[in-house]
Design a protein. Sequence first.
Length: 327
Amino acid sequence: MSSSLIESAAKVLRGGGLVAFPTETVYGLGADATNAAAVARIFAAKGRPSTNPLIVHVADPAIAKRYATVWPEAARTLADRFWPGPLTLVLPKSPTIVEGVTAGLGTVGLRVPDHPVALELLRAFDGPVAAPSANKSNRISPTTAQHVREELGEAVDMILDGGPCRVGIESTVLDLSGKGPVLLRPGGVSREQIEAIVGPIGVFEGAVRHDQAAVSPGQQITHYAPRTPAYRFDPGEREQVDEILRDRVAGALLMGRGDRPERRGTIIDMPADADGYARELYGALRELDGMNLSAIYVEMPPAGEVWRAVRDRVYRATVDLRPDRYA
Ligand code: TXA
Ligand code: MG
């Protein structure tokens, strides 16, 4: 990307404007994290409740340290190993980060994104950039610049186009502000990868259970859903769904066994590996969501640690085809 584009984007940020930029996970909607008015514009553009804190993006670990009041050994080793990369560390916050960013919490989520455009922007701006995913609140995160345009349009002052995102789902959020590390949101860095560095960690399970109440800010059980009614189902229910797809103008994300010519529905055959699935999930949901279908059916990916983040996102995007499953 040309340095003059980056420089104008940095200028927009300095002036309190909003810049959408690519990261390796999803596109972010950035503002100066030290400017309360700029941060307020993010919440307004997204229609995001002010109780949901934003992640602060910085160019390297040394800069991240400035915005936390403590930097435990776990933060040092994890940052060493995974930054730049899809891991957000939650730490006690320094006063420089305005309250609006962190929803009044005493902690801040920090990350160094692994994307050349994001890093160039952060270096040119030379300060912390608060950036949630660049979508309307409760909608699917954007993985291309075009998604951002469709989603936010005029509400954003500038969009930097860095092509499709490599990871495709949001960063892992790990809370390091308490006694031991706790995984708040599964994402691009797996639990196993983290545990290989810091040993066993706690896992906040609320995020994948829609039948439990929200526990505290930053841990809400949020739906990130298409507009079309979307249902998840287990592979064992495939025949039932095949039946539905034969008669209705519906869509489905299936895993394998794709070719069934008698179907009227639109089928997207999803990759059988978790990384590939993650990369394509949001784009596939968006594509089906734009087709005026009666419903979208998503086959649940397999259980197991490597699929944790993908399953979490499918849970958040859908409701159970059989609502009585947990009754
Ligand atoms: O991959 C990503 O993380 C993307 C890109 C743009 O970096 N950003 C992203 O931001 O997904 P957002 O706002 O859509 O999600 C931020 C998540 C939310 O679940 C939020 O509650 C949590 O991080 N979070 C942020 N700060 C927190 C804090 N201080 N304590 C607990 N959770 C926090
Ligand atoms: Mg988001």
